[in-house]
Design a protein around this ligand. Structure first.
Ligand code: MN3
Length: 313
């Protein structure tokens, strides 16, 4: 089972100038072959299908635990696309972006790649052979980093830059983790391949704060009580920086999500968001809940007893 925390892995900037073309490009990091849906579903299926897991516990724990982090990466890519589409004009989306962001969705992310092709289960490799699966995962993380750098270079929207800066660092951790696992199982020293692809993340301004906080050398344990054997694989020195690899007991602190403003031109969440807010306020009262919404967001637009009828980003 998966527990869910209503937080994002890292902070994203608030909506600024909409960028429908950039948002369409960022879709590659969601539903592309090397996107976050692929990393999430690959590790999820490999962990579901893992036989003899007690005998192979450190490796099972590694794959299952990284799967959980990938769910949060999907969430972060979605938040980025939604930020970039906030305030976008329908004509601009249709002319420059993914038309379905406007025509079929609520200016929200879709499970598609940058060409609008739906993500497919054909992107999942789960052979049952641990060495083969781990080798695939190493390659998958390599391709994912390559794609992130290309999106970084092609899209200069601040949300896309914040996203790719963070994911380049975190994807690097997963790549090192699979390399370490393969080295332990086979003796093949994949650390000699690093950095692969040749990305000097310490020279990318949006990566640097995460590296300074040590995120390149930290593996988070995404469970209150399970996946305790990560340290059996995640140990030693980082192949690029030499920093000690450490397991952090718990998920990243992360950041509160932003409450992106309604987009009435695409009925998100309705042509008249205040109607839904009034119904929600009545239901909350009838259920004996506090007057103010209990969830936390980075930029709360709701006021006690007042219905927001005009939202300014
Ligand atoms: Mn990822």
């Amino acid at each position: 089972m998966i527990l869910r925390l209503d937080r994002l892995g890292t902070e994203l900037p608030p909506p600024s100038d909409p960028d429908p073309a950039g948002a369409a490009a960022v879709q590659e990091l969601m539903g592309g072959r090397f996107g976050e849906m692929s990393t999430f579903m690959n590790y999820t299926f490999q962990s579901f299908n893992f036989r003899g897991r007690q005998g192979a516990r450190p490796f099972y724990d590694l794959v299952a635990n990284i799967a959980a982090e990938e769910f949060g990466h999907m969430e972060l890519v979605a938040a980025t696309i939604n930020t970039m589409l906030t305030g976008a004009d329908g004509e601009d989306v249709v002319a420059d972006g993914n038309r379905q962001h406007f025509l079929a969705g609520g200016k929200g992310s879709l499970p598609q790649d940058s060409m609008g092709r739906p993500w497919t289960g054909e992107n999942v490799f789960s052979s049952g052979d641990l060495v083969e699966d781990l080798t695939h995962n190493y390659f998958l993380e390599t391709g994912a980093r390559q794609n992130k750098l290309k999106v970084y270079e092609a899209v200069d929207h601040p949300a896309a830059r914040a996203l790719t800066g963070y994911l380049l660092v975190r994807g690097g951790v997963h790549q090192v983790a699979y390399a370490r696992a393969l080295e332990n199982l086979t003796g093949a020293d994949l650390s000699k391949l690093f950095p692969s692809p040749r990305i000097e993340t310490d020279k990318i301004p949006e990566c640097r704060p995460h590296i300074e906080k040590g995120l390149h050398a930290k593996l988070y344990r995404f469970s209150p009580s399970d996946y305790l054997e990560l340290a059996a694989v995640w140990n030693g020195a980082h192949p690029e920086t030499g920093d000690p690899l450490v397991v952090e007991q718990g998920p990243p602190e992360g950041a509160l999500p932003r409450d992106l403003p309604p987009q009435p031109d695409v009925f998100a969440p309705d042509r008249s968001p205040q109607d839904i807010a009034e119904i929600a306020a009545r239901l909350r009262q009838a259920a004996g809940l506090p007057k103010d919404p209990t969830g936390e967001v980075a930029d709360d637009r709701s006021l006690a007893g007042k219905v927001v009828d005009k939202v300014t980003p």
